[in-house]
Write a protein that binds this ligand. Structure first.
Ligand code: DGY
Length: 325
């Protein structure tokens, strides 16, 4: 019997030996993702797809899949680029990579929080621009991090990992989430559950850790920025579209909030003529939350394990839509 065919939408550094034993692999080797038309053609003949968050796996694409198509394995924890209801209706399991990127993402969130508070990027530009003349009492001042109030929006794995790190900074930590977590965990992490609006009003730092869903699209817009402290700093390492970028620009340009640091934008990449890029009180990184070598290796391996299970008709160890079984 011929081996099943799989398509991997980008070059991965991880070894593919295990997959190679059971499947014929085609890898898209270019730096840019495969165009949608290429994917549309591929899904007609392949048995499994290993994709990234840059691939649009929508209704048209899933419905175009051939009869042998068995599995979508995404190398990311988020899967807002995939039409899950349509995949479920076609009984196609979708795999993802939760857990392994929690710490790396929480670490980058803290790096951004601290860089924004202490104006690290601005300071670097200042030095390179030849502006460092002497030690000045009022040069590049920022707020205290230790002892400040942190607001965590979304309290899954990553939100909780943020809270754990906040303990080292003696922070008061509020969180808001669809479901309140149990009181023992709250005590253990030293966090207090509160309403979204109260969190916005109280926090010196607000950090976003919710998935992108219909109800979280533009969760942060004009009204939310007006509720925040003028001294507040917003961090987003979740998904760009949770923040209305036009409103973010206005809030930062008009001093409604003091600063922001975002690892995600809408769209990605951010257009080079975006007015956001003209702001000194904004740090932008190119969606690198999970970008530690070890984490990316684990994500790739987990995606391969999910893919292999799907090809064999076994239950995916990390399945987004277990209703297919
Ligand atoms: C994810 O996994 O969803 C991140 O955004 C990329 O690692």
């Amino acid at each position: 019997m011929p081996k099943p065919q799989v398509f991997i939408t980008r070059h991965l550094t991880t070894k593919l030996d295990q997959l190679q034993q059971i499947a014929t692999i085609e890898v898209w080797e270019e730096r840019q993702p495969p165009p949608y038309t290429v994917l549309l053609k591929k899904v007609k003949t392949i048995d499994g797809l290993l994709c990234l968050l840059t691939d649009q796996i929508d209704q048209q694409l899933i419905e175009a899949a051939g009869t042998s198509f068995k599995v979508i394995s995404q190398m990311a924890v988020g899967y807002d680029n995939i039409d899950i209801p349509v995949a479920t209706a076609r009984k196609i399991p979708v795999g993802h990579t939760p857990g392994v990127l929690t710490d790396a993402t929480a670490d980058l969130t803290w790096a951004l929080l601290m860089a924004a508070a202490r104006r690290v990027v601005e300071a670097d530009r200042f030095v390179r621009g030849g502006e460092w003349r002497t030690w000045e009492p009022n040069l590049l001042l920022g707020p205290n991090i230790t002892g400040a109030t942190l607001g965590i929006v979304g309290f899954g794995r990553i939100g909780q990992a943020i809270a754990r790190r906040a303990k080292g900074f003696d922070m008061k930590v509020f969180y808001t989430s669809k479901n309140r977590c149990d009181q023992e965990l709250e005590r253990d992490l030293g966090v207090e559950f509160t309403a979204f609006e109260h969190l916005l009003q109280e926090a010196d730092f607000v950090t976003i850790h919710t998935p992108l869903l219909d109800e979280t699209y533009h969760l942060f817009s004009d009204r939310q920025f007006k509720l925040m402290k003028q001294s507040a700093i917003l961090i987003n390492t979740a998904r760009g579209a949770i923040v209305d970028q036009e409103a973010l620009y206005q809030a930062l340009a008009n001093g409604e909030i003091a600063g922001a640091a975002i690892d995600v934008t809408d769209p990605e990449p951010i257009p080079t003529d975006s007015p956001l890029l003209s702001l000194d009180n904004l740090i932008i990184t190119p969606h690198i939350g999970s970008a530690s070598r070890q984490t990316r290796e684990k994500m790739a391996n987990m995606a391969i394990v999910n893919l292999i299970a799907g090809l064999k008709g076994e239950r995916l160890p990390n399945c987004v839509n277990p209703e297919v079984y």
